[in-house]
Design a protein around this ligand. Structure first.
Ligand code: UFG
Length: 337
C-alpha cells in the first residue's frame, strides 16, 4: 500500500513509518512540524534504507492541505496528526477542538473526493472516561466522564468517523484506542522527544535518569492499587506501530474498534524501579497530591485485537525502559542535539 501518514514525524508516527516500510509499504508523511521534527523522518529513512516523501501542511487549513495533497498519490491513510497534551487542552479547549476536529474533517473530505476508503484513526483509551471496570474491552461505554478536551476531541472524532462511514458505506475505518505508549526503537535513533517539561511518566523519568531533571513527582499514592500509585497499561511503541500495520492490512468496509494495549498493568513505582534497573541510574522521587482528572487503574483487554488482527504485544516494560534509556542517553537533547 501507499500510505499517507499524518503526524508521521511525531513519536508514534516515526515508529509506525518504519514498521510500514519494513512491511513493504510505501509511506508519505504529512506533518505541520508543530510538535515534531523532520530529523525523525530522516532517521526513519536511514534505518529503513528507503526514502520517505514529506508534505508539510496543517491539515486543519483546508485550502493549504488540499493544495499540498493535490499531486500526492496514496491509497490509504493512517491519521495520527493532532494535539495531545491533556493539560494544555484544559487551558486551550477551543484550540484543541479546532485543530483536532478540523484536521479530521478536512482529511475525511479529501478521502471521499478521491475515493480512498482505507482509513485508520489514532484514538485513545481516554474515550472510556473513568473505567467502570478493568480490564477495559471495546464494549465499555465511551464518552461519559472524560475529564479533558483532548480526550473529548478523540471521542467526538470517533463519532464523526462513524457518521461519515454511515453516509459512505465503502469507507473502512478502524479506530485504534491506545493505552500508554512508551519506549523507542532499539537502535536509539528514534524516540519520544517532548517539547518542554514532559507530561507523561516515562519521558519524565528518562529525563531524571539522564540528569536533566532533579526528581520525579509521583502523583498520588493512595489509589486502590497494590502500592497505591496509579496503574497503567504501558505498550511498547514498536508493538503499537505493528498494531497499526496489522489494522491497516486487515481494514475492510465498516467501522472496527480495537484496544491496543498489553493487558498488563504497572504502577508508577514499578516503572521507576524498572527504569532504574535498565539505566543503572537512580530516579529520585517525591510523593505529591494526585493529578486532577487522574484515575487509579487503566488496563486494556486486548483480546479483540489479539484474535482478529493476529496481533499481540511481544515487548515488556523492561524492554521499553531499556529502549527509552538508550534513546534518551544517546540523544539527551532529542532531535535538536
Ligand atoms: N505520573 C506521575 N508523575 C508524572 C507523570 C505521570 O506520577 O510526572 C503518573 C500518573 O499519575 C499516572 C501514570 O503516571 O498514574 C501515567 O501518567 P501519564 O501522564 O504518562 O499517562 P496517562 O495515563 O495520564 O495518560 C495517557 C496519555 C493520554 C491519554 C490517556 C488515556 O498520555 O494522552 O493515557 O488513558 F489520554
Amino acid at each position: 500500500m501507499r500510505v499517507l501518514l499524518t503526524g508521521g514525524a511525531g513519536y508514534i508516527g516515526s515508529h509506525t513509518a518504519l514498521v510500514l516500510l519494513e512491511h513493504g509499504h510505501e509511506v508519505v508523511v504529512l506533518d505541520d512540524f508543530s510538535n515534531s521534527s523532520l530529523e525523525a523522518v530522516r532517521r526513519v529513512e536511514e534505518l529503513s534504507g528507503k526514502s520517505v516523501p514529506v508534505v508539510e501542511a496543517d491539515l486543519a487549513d483546508r485550502a493549504a492541505s488540499e493544495r499540498a495533497l493535490e499531486d500526492i498519490e496514496f491509497d490509504s491513510v493512517i491519521h495520527l496528526a493532532g494535539l495531545k497534551s491533556v493539560g494544555e487542552s484544559v487551558a486551550q479547549p477551543t484550540r484543541y477542538y479546532r485543530v483536532n476536529i478540523d484536521a479530521t474533517l478536512v482529511l475525511l473530505d479529501v478521502l471521499r473526493e478521491r475515493g480512498i476508503t482505507n482509513f485508520v484513526f489514532s484514538s485513545s483509551a481516554t474515550v472510556y472516561g473513568v473505567p467502570q471496570s478493568v480490564p477495559i474491552d471495546e464494549q465499555h461505554p465511551v464518552g461519559d466522564g472524560i475529564t479533558n478536551p483532548y480526550g473529548r476531541s478523540k471521542f467526538i472524532i470517533e463519532e464523526i468517523i462513524r457518521d461519515t462511514q454511515s453516509a459512505w458505506p465503502e469507507l473502512g475505518a478502524t479506530l485504534l484506542r491506545y493505552f500508554n505508549p512508551v519506549g523507542a526503537h532499539t537502535s536509539g535513533r528514534i524516540g519520544e522527544d517532548p517539547s518542554g517539561i514532559p507530561n507523561n511518566l516515562m519521558p519524565f523519568i528518562a529525563q531524571v535518569a539522564v540528569g536533566k531533571r532533579e526528581r520525579l513527582s509521583v502523583f498520588g499514592d493512595t489509589y486502590a492499587t497494590p502500592d497505591g500509585t496509579g496503574v497503567r497499561d504501558y505498550i511498547h511503541v514498536m508493538d503499537l506501530a505493528e498494531g497499526h500495520v496489522a489494522a491497516l492490512e486487515h481494514n475492510r468496509p465498516g467501522i472496527a474498534v480495537y484496544n491496543l494495549g498489553s493487558g498488563t498493568g504497572s504502577s508508577v513505582l514499578e516503572v521507576v524501579r524498572e527504569f532504574e534497573r535498565a539505566s543503572g541510574q537512580p530516579v529520585p522521587f517525591v510523593i505529591e497530591a494526585p493529578r486532577a482528572g487522574d484515575v487509579g487503574e487503566v488496563v486494556a483487554d486486548p483480546t479483540l485485537a489479539n484474535t482478529t488482527l493476529d496481533w499481540r504485544t511481544t515487548r515488556s516494560l523492561a524492554d521499553a525502559c531499556r529502549d527509552s534509556w538508550n534513546w534518551q542517553s544517546s540523544n539527551p537533547e532529542g532531535y535538536a542535539g
